[in-house]
Write a protein that binds this ligand. Structure first.
Ligand code: SF4
Ligand code: SF4
Length: 174
């Protein structure tokens, strides 16, 4: 059963993520993948992308399930999800981070201060870029890890470069 918000606005709501987030104890241990892929669609690259076999699906149309005992938080699945629906949350260290897929230009650099956006594209905080894995010619999706306020790790789902840092004509996929 998906939320009315998802049905009406296409935006994932907190209730859609029930069962997709590990226990507090597990959260304290290391990062983990959250799959915000709620509706049944015929898709499964995330399953093959996980080197630790942490993602499974009952069948091709079923939503992915993450085994948090196996998930290391490595982030490999993020860039292989065509729906840009996987995020790595890490609250196990002093800085809370979100790793997210990014398909705009220019790709931010480590140390950049960017805006953290919520699922509806609203600016909700300043985020600092901590790690960048640029896309390549085979897969243009970059993965960006940003430090965000701890209470917003389940809210920040995109970033925006400061005005003036986008290339003219940029903003499209790599
Ligand atoms: S973060 Fe790494 S270990 Fe966890 S599900 Fe994704 S690919 Fe697998
Ligand atoms: S690859 Fe992404 S969109 Fe496809 S099933 Fe996995 S999480 Fe969902």
């Amino acid at each position: 059963m998906v939320s009315q918000k998802l049905l009406r606005e296409g935006v994932v709501a907190e209730e859609d993520l029930v069962g997709r987030i590990p226990s507090e104890e597990r959260m304290r241990q290391r990062g983990f993948a959250v799959t915000e892929c709620i509706q049944e669609i015929p898709c499964n690259p995330c399953v093959a992308a996980c080197p630790f076999h942490a993602i499974s699906m009952k069948d091709l149309n079923a939503p992915p399930v993450v085994d948090f005992d196996l998930c290391t938080g490595c982030g490999n699945c993020v860039r292989y999800c065509p729906g840009l629906a996987i995020f790595i949350i890490d609250v196990s260290k002093e800085e809370a981070t979100v790793t997210l897929p990014y398909e705009f230009l220019p790709v931010p650099e480590v140390g950049d201060r960017v805006s953290g956006l919520d699922r509806e594209g609203r600016e909700i905080c300043t985020a600092v870029v901590k790690k960048v894995m640029p896309g390549d010619k085979y897969n243009g999706t970059s993965t960006i890890t940003v430090a965000v306020p701890r209470d917003l790790v389940m809210e920040v789902r995109n970033i925006k470069m400061p005005e003036g840092q986008r290339k003219a004509g940029g903003g499209g996929p790599l």
